[in-house]
Design a protein around this ligand. Structure first.
Ligand SMILES: Cc1ncc(COP(=O)(O)O)c(C=O)c1O
Length: 347
């Protein structure tokens, strides 16, 4: 079975990990510092703090903004549940906004409707590696946490995503474009905010006994992430080449990436297709029988867990989108199998 995702490693990651192990310094150390420096250059933010996951990056970012009980944080419903967990972890209320069907990211108009006197932040993920209209959201003058867990390497008007938000977060979970097992980071231009994050990241040898976490990254993780970061532009080129081959069959049945949205350059993290004539269950079954794993790009819209509200675009999109394997480690033979599967479904 061709998996939906497989990491792309070679000798460089193995060598880097070996070197860390041989150094006998495997906890947070020099490699973490090097990763932080490289990422702050790459994302064009002054400060970068590496942490243990994308979820802890979101949680520590909210805590460092002093967001907590009685506060509201706007998030999309059509996203990874990590956003909801981070908001709940700090005792705040997640408020769902709908997506727009042009980019499948948060709809600035719906965000506007959801803002109240209690809104303290907006978490804006660029889903599936496709940038959304974050610049319009910044106009609301509410702190924006730009979540580039899925979108590292994507650009808006030639500027890297992650450089727009007041704060940005990344995830290095194994299936991400830079995959290092687990890990994340928090970026910003504010020294004060960054000091808050640093204070929360670790508990040891501190002068005060206020609540702190162990959200550190190890040098082993950082060594893998550094190697993956060096290959990022090759990874994106390779993903794009595979996408163009899929596109020759999918034609207009592609939702993401948006090829004609040229100032919004995707990183090709996901190839999201639709075929409104066939039920998703049938599509998944056909793919499975042909030896390929297709899956929903979002497990379930978050508002559907308690059904207290209706978000039309999130619901309708969830009913029809499916994600096709697209990653640099796919062999020529595997790409051909995916192409045959797509032909079977679409032609
Ligand atoms: C958009 C988005 N934000 C945050 C996260 C959380 O990252 P992590 O799995 O590293 O905690 C994810 C999921 O992996 C994600 O897709």
């Amino acid at each position: 079975m061709i998996p939906h995702y497989r990491p792309s490693f070679n000798q460089s990651e193995i060598k880097a990990v070996k070197a860390v192990i041989k150094s006998k310094h495997i906890a947070q150390g020099e490699k973490v510092l090097e990763l932080e420096n490289r990422l702050s250059n790459f994302v064009e933010k002054k400060y970068c703090i590496a942490v243990s996951s994308g979820t802890s990056a979101l949680t520590l970012a909210l805590l460092s903004l002093k967001i907590g009980s009685g506060d509201e944080v706007i998030i999309p419903s059509y996203t990874c549940s990590a956003l909801w967990h981070a908001v709940k972890a700090v005792g705040s209320l997640p408020v769902f906004a709908d997506i727009e069907t042009s980019s499948f990211n948060l709809d600035p108009e719906d965000i506007k409707q959801k803002i109240t006197s209690k809104t303290r932040a907006i978490i804006f993920p660029h889903m599936f590696g496709q940038p959304g209209r974050i610049e319009e959201v910044l106009q609301f003058k509410i702190p924006v946490i730009e979540d580039i867990a899925q979108a590292v390497g994507a650009k808006i008007n030639n500027s890297p995503v992650g450089s727009f938000g007041d704060i940005s977060v990344i995830s290095f979970y194994a299936t991400k474009v830079i995959g290092a097992g687990e890990g994340g980071c928090i970026l910003s231009n504010s020294k004060k905010f960054t000091n808050n994050v640093l204070n929360l990241r670790e508990y040891d040898e501190k002068d005060n006994l206020t609540l702190k976490y162990n959200a550190k990254m190890t040098d082993i993780t950082a060594a893998i992430a550094l190697e993956q970061l060096k290959k990022l532009s090759n990874f994106i080129d390779c993903r794009k080449t595979i996408f163009l081959r899929y596109k020759s069959i999918l034609k207009n049945n592609v939702d993401v990436p948006l090829e004609d949205y040229s100032s919004y350059e995707a990183n090709y993290y996901r190839c999201i297709a639709i075929n409104p004539k066939i039920k998703l269950k049938k599509i998944f079954e056909t793919a499975k029988n042909m030896g390929v794993k297709f899956r929903r790009p979002v497990y379930k819209p978050l508002h559907l867990y308690n059904q207290r509200e209706h978000l039309k675009n999130s619901e309708e999109t969830w009913e029809k989108q499916f994600s096709v394997p697209i990653y640099p480690d796919l062999s020529e033979n595997e790409i051909n199998i995916v192409l045959s599967t797509l032909k079977h479904i679409f032609i």
